[in-house]
Design a protein around this ligand. Structure first.
Ligand code: GRG
Length: 301
């Protein structure tokens, strides 16, 4: 088994268990809690929390219960975005992860409110993570505030939300001059790369604090940029995979705009840059083992 397969086999069930515990605890209404569980736990790869944990592991930091809980908060935000993305006013999708989408199963108003509760719940999870730190090192209050700041920035009006706004302008053909730069920088980057770069970014920040090793500021930037490159490549791959089945003339995805060969070149360039980031980090940080993060890049392409 590869390093990553082993890592997923160990950590995915722990992430799911943490998510389930918190999702059930957050609502006194068992029926609503079950709707939230359906939205989050019914399939999905847990890519974003796994990336945070992988960065910690790359710096040989042990994942204490409070770090695990902190790492799962981004999955609440990601899940909210999928629930709202599927709504009739957005992508109007009746299916998600091979199952009925949340609004198809529970109705539109419930789906809106499930999304709202997941988004706000993410910040509750961050604020409560240290309560699990009975016999382990606490994350400093300053670091908790940094995480709240980063998560709200990457998810909010300059992050995923504006990416979704721009994406909807493309889909609705409200934007007549869709360009390569617009698609990458104004749609894919905020919509998809933002939350993924958040996950690697906080992985670096938490590694620095918990390992008390001096992680160079350039390393923090390389970790952020690794997530950003990976996130863009991930979105382009998603478009490449969809393109085969959806060969219409819409200019709302990179393969449609520049052709399949050029889209693959951009994806490969991004993956090469992400690998270079790992090389930079390995040259700087004695405690860094790049193998696991390298294997995440192998998931694409
Ligand atoms: C509603 C504010 C708001 C934003 C929605 C993320 C998003 C923005 C829309 C989802 C639609 C989509 C296909 C986005 C591209 C990125 C992508 C491939 C998301 C799916 O992420 P995965 O593959 O999902 O990590 P799983 O199911 O594994 O959790």
């Amino acid at each position: 088994m590869t390093n990553l397969k082993n890592f997923q086999a160990i950590w995915r069930p722990k992430i799911d268990q943490q998510l389930q515990t918190d999702l059930i605890a957050i609502s006194d209404d068992a029926e609503f809690a079950q709707m939230m569980c359906y939205a989050v736990l019914n399939g999905g790869k847990r890519l974003r929390p796994l990336l945070t944990l992988a960065v910690l592991s790359s710096f040989n930091v042990s994942v204490t219960p409070n770090l695990l809980k902190l790492a799962t908060a981004v999955e609440w935000v990601h899940s909210y975005s999928l629930v709202h993305d599927d709504l009739p006013a957005m992508d109007n999708d009746l299916w998600r992860r091979g199952q009925p989408s949340v609004h198809a199963k529970f109705g539109e108003s419930s789906a809106i409110l499930v999304g709202d509760a997941l988004l706000t719940g993410a910040f509750q999870v961050v604020s409560e993570a240290n309560a699990l730190a009975a016999n382990v090192q606490k994350v400093s209050d300053e670091q908790v505030i940094t995480i709240i700041r980063q998560l709200s920035r990457y998810a909010g009006a300059n992050g995923m939300v504006i990416g979704q706004i721009h994406d909807m302008q493309n889909h609705g053909h409200q934007k007549s001059d869709v360009t390569y730069d617009w698609l990458l920088n104004d749609v894919y980057a905020p919509k998809t790369a933002a939350l993924i770069s958040y996950a690697t970014d906080i992985g670096g920040k938490l590694s620095q604090e918990m390992a008390s090793t001096l992680v160079h500021p350039k390393t923090q930037y390389d970790l952020y940029q690794f997530g950003y490159d990976f996130g863009l490549a991930f979105q382009i791959q998603d478009d490449i995979d969809d393109f085969d089945q959806d060969n219409d003339e819409a200019v709302d995805s990179l393969p449609h705009l520049v052709g399949m060969a050029a889209a693959k070149r951009t994806r490969n360039d991004l993956l090469a840059d992400a690998r270079q980031r790992l090389t930079n980090i390995a040259q700087r940080e004695a405690s860094f083992d790049r193998q696991l993060l390298d294997e995440f890049l192998d998931l694409i392409g």
